[in-house]
Ligand binder design. Structure first.
Ligand code: FES
Length: 91
């Protein structure tokens, strides 16, 4: 089954960017609820660092899907993110 990975890594050094510091845990919770409520067939999982800390929040569509960078927690971006996730899930 396809997966959406959301980095929820937190870096202890405040001078280093991290997805968790940008609100990725709340975004993961919101997207998991949307996927469940809309019955989209994709598994939402949190992940460790995806290696793009400076341009987070980072997500990865798996297998063989794109990375999504700079995902922020706002209504507008969540709607766009959700459309990308749905498109990937039905491919
Ligand atoms: S902390 Fe999220 S990609 Fe590194």
């Amino acid at each position: 089954m396809k997966k959406l990975l959301i980095c929820t890594n937190y870096r202890a050094n405040p001078n280093q960017h991290s997805c968790a510091a940008r609100g990725s845990k709340a975004l993961a919770t919101d997207l998991a609820h949307l996927v469940k409520n809309e019955e989209v067939e994709i598994i939402v999982e949190t992940s460790n660092c995806l290696g793009y800390c400076d341009i987070g929040i980072n997500l990865k569509l798996s297998p063989n899907g794109d990375f999504i960078h700079n995902a922020i927690k706002s209504q507008d971006s969540q709607a766009k993110l959700f459309e990308l996730i749905k498109e990937f899930a039905i491919k």
